[in-house]
Design a binder for this molecule. Structure first.
Ligand code: NDP
Length: 283
């Protein structure tokens, strides 16, 4: 048996089509969703992400602004730009591509973005809202995973859901979203004992570790749904996930890398930007 591939590229195209249609309706009412993307320094991976975000904005009919700042930019200068963007009526969403250079405090940057424009949903106000379960913005990667599950008719309700990884951007919010959908959620990390045993309990297993082929077939229950968030480079420089491709023979559903969670992440950013525009215009 080989798992059904959960096609994030196809679902992403479908969702973006819906966003474009809604944007066209909004434009008739004089509202164009706008996203400002800031990048500090020239990390090659970040440059690719930012380019893909600009491309997605164009595909969705959004207005976008890009600020490519030199690596020597001071924290004060960066926070000054964010303060201006917080006031800009054309900009509904602000995103600062992480990581920022070491002399800049990442949390200070996150805290500076107005919560209503924080389309990454990293600001403590938005993080708190996600915890409470009453939120406008959902962190993009976990939101993309939830859309993929829904598209393939996989309901977390009552299921054993195991999330490997507890980062603020993936693991923790992923666990909260699964919990809101009534999953029985376990979060694993580098100190978890008997990780393989815990993973084997999972009906839905989410890997967000950052290590190539970390999840092996012996860690997966027959017929499980396996979501691979990982984006790693193997020895040949090829993009690969956290899950060993051999897991395909054990799982019932699995996301490929590339073409699974990755495209959904950017699409969810677009969805949050559309939402921000609507909320800010009282629509
Ligand atoms: P982090 O490095 O912030 O977190 C990794 C997590 O994995 C940590 O919680 C860590 O545990 C845990 N971990 C590390 N080693 C082990 C181990 N041996 N056993 C169990 N747990 C372990 O990564 P991110 O959450 O930011 O990203 C995870 C992966 O997802 C990366 O490959 C990243 O590139 C990818 N990613 C993909 C996105 C997409 O759009 N597809 C978006 C964002 C990320 P501990 O806390 O104990 O250290």
């Amino acid at each position: 048996m080989s798992a059904v591939k959960m096609d994030g590229k196809a679902l992403s195209a479908k969702v973006r089509g819906g966003i474009l249609a809604e944007t066209e309706e909004l434009k008739k009412r004089g509202v164009t969703p706008g996203l400002a993307v800031i990048i500090v320094g020239n990390d090659p991976a970040s440059e690719i992400y930012v380019r893909n975000k600009e491309k997605a904005c164009a595909e969705c009919g959004f207005y976008s602004e890009k600020y490519a700042l030199p690596a020597e930019t001071t924290q004060e200068e960066l926070l000054g730009l964010i303060a201006e963007l917080n006031q800009s009526p054309q900009v509904n969403g602000i995103l600062c591509q992480m990581p920022v250079p070491k002399h800049i405090d990442e949390q200070a940057v996150i805290d500076a973005i107005a919560p209503e424009k924080d389309v990454d949903a990293f600001h403590p106000v938005n993080v708190g809202k996600i915890m409470v379960g009453n939120f406008d913005f959902v962190p993009c990667t976990p939101a993309g995973v939830m859309e993929l599950l829904a598209e393939y008719g996989i309901d977390p309700k009552g299921k054993e859901c195991v999330v490997v990884g507890r980062s603020n951007i993936v693991g923790k919010p992923m666990a909260m979203l699964l919990l809101h959908k009534h999953g029985t959620v376990t979060v694993c990390h580098s100190r978890t004992e008997d990780l393989a045993g815990v993973c084997r309990r999972a009906d839905i297993l989410v890997a967000a570790v950052g290590k190539a082929a970390f999840v092996t077939p012996d860690m997966v229950k027959d017929g499980a749904t396996v979501i691979d968030v990982g984006m790693n480079r193997n020895a040949e420089g090829k993009v690969c996930g956290d899950v060993d491709p051999a897991v395909m023979d054990k799982a019932a559903y699995m996301t490929p890398v590339p073409g699974g969670v990755g495209p959904m992440t950017i699409t969810m950013l677009m969805k949050n930007t559309l939402k921000a525009a609507k909320v800010q215009h009282g629509l």
